[in-house]
Ligand binder design. Sequence first.
Ligand code: NAP
Ligand code: MG
Length: 403
Amino acid sequence: MDRIQMKTPLVEMDGDEMTRILWKMIKEELILPFIDLKTEYYDLGLEHRDETNDQVTIDSANAAKRLGVAVKCATITPNAARVTEYDLKEMWKSPNGTIRAIMDGTVFRSPILVKGIRPQVRCWKKPITIARHAYGDVYKNAEIKVPGPGKAELVFTGEDGTRITEEIFTFKGPGVLQGMHNLNASIESFARSCFRFALDQGQDLWFSTKDTISKKYDHTFKDIFEEIYETEFRALFEEKGITYFYTLIDDAVARVMKSEGGFIWACKNYDGDVMSDMISSAFGSLAMMTSVLVSPDGKYEYEAAHGTVQRHYYKYLKGEETSTNSVATIFAWTGALRKRGELDGIEELQIFANRMEQAVIETIESGKMTKDLALISELENIQVLNSEDFIKAVRDRYLFLVA
Ligand code: NAP
Ligand code: MG
């Protein structure tokens, strides 16, 4: 079989623990036999991050900006225990946080649907994608525990000396206070990433805030989205036959619950945090979610939504059998290869990605799956496979599809 040729390399960000093991298996069994793979390789494994004082993470994010498409393996975000375990020089920051800050993006997460695993919400027939703004609000707040009676005020002092003051509350006893912020530039990036992603997917975009209550803060989000939609995206949306729809967050929740799915729901930072966990658990499993970071200038980083599956890795190290779900990591590869194919005009690469995803889904629907899915699947003829045998079953299915 002739292997598919690539033009531009993918940025390959290798990672840690069980997902690093899966990464190698996926490349060997599902990618390299079919594609003359070109990648610029960055080892984000914790040991190498430590050796390079985390420079490798920064370099990989800059490479993603330069080349446009990256695929990332799950990585350890060190805590105190990891500093001891890996004898680290420092408690390095979360690689995802570093990459997000450099690429300035929005994270889009969607469930992968298969027969036999039914969403908890019965009317959901198509995936619901959450687009979460990843800057500011309550995640960068300032808080005060108010000790007793007194007046609380919000004060802005401009560089030119302008003062804007707003009374918050006059306390008669103890209480709590919180101040938070966001930036027009960040909200604009978020809006553009969402509109572009909706065009890419050919799906409607919903956006929700609480602008009736928050008449300046949330209303600014609403206004910025509206302005960018009208001036930059309305014509493109109409051409594609998709819509942009704004509604209040509580109305959005009610509509989502009664919907069939098949749209993108843009959420402010906190709403996105809460709603993405609700959506992923209602659809089944974190190992059945795709996740992609899209920058406002159209650069993409594909990853799995779950972590490095540490518990399985320790079993693997002891030589015990593991049944770790590789679906999200396979879809990170196919997502990246499909996007590379689109950008470079290589149709075979796009067809390859679609067929490989089809092979994954058909493998599971034929009853062959890892343990995590066997626990929630309603199929009757289930065969639980180990990590490696699942990937091999996908390869066999792929070969059957292309034969
Ligand atoms: P995790 O790796 O997501 O795993 C938590 C548990 O969820 C696993 O023990 C397993 O349950 C189940 N699970 C997750 N992914 C699975 C898969 N693909 N197949 C089967 N089961 C799966 O989270 P964690 O153990 O809390 O974190 C481990 C490391 O990952 C941490 O160092 C953290 O910093 C890192 N992390 C990285 C990312 C990222 O790079 N995107 C995201 C989150 C966490 P059972 O044990 O019950 O089988
Ligand atoms: Mg969360």
